[in-house]
Ligand binder design. Structure first.
Ligand code: SF4
Length: 101
């Protein structure tokens, strides 16, 4: 089962996850990252990289964020692959918006 980026990523967009993915499964939208479920090989590498705990395996996505399974599947098609770490967005809705990058 693929991995899923959920709500805590919103406006944060740390990209530590994308830089460790061996298959370029991450796509970068304007305010959120998305995992392509057809590319993800369930390697688990990204899970512990996220500073805001936004990533879950599909079977472990909390009920309140189950909608992100479909969001990742649909939105990843709209945006380019990201495979390197860039400066975090950390805009107003990011839980770490006042923290250092
Ligand atoms: Fe990439 Fe592995 Fe994370 Fe899937 S689980 S998105 S393959 S790093």
């Amino acid at each position: 089962m693929p991995y899923v980026v959920t709500e805590p990523c919103l406006d944060c967009k740390y990209t530590d996850c994308a830089s460790v993915c061996p298959v370029q499964a991450f796509h970068e939208g304007p305010d959120h990252l998305y995992i392509n479920p057809n590319t993800c090989i369930d390697c688990d590498a990204c899970l512990t990289e996220c500073p805001v705990d936004a990533i879950y395996s599909e079977q472990n996505v909390p009920d309140k964020w189950k909608n992100y399974i479909a969001i990742n599947r649909d939105e990843c098609e709209k945006y380019p692959v990201i495979q390197e770490k860039i400066r975090a967005l950390k805009a107003s809705r990011c839980v770490n918006s006042s923290a250092e990058p």
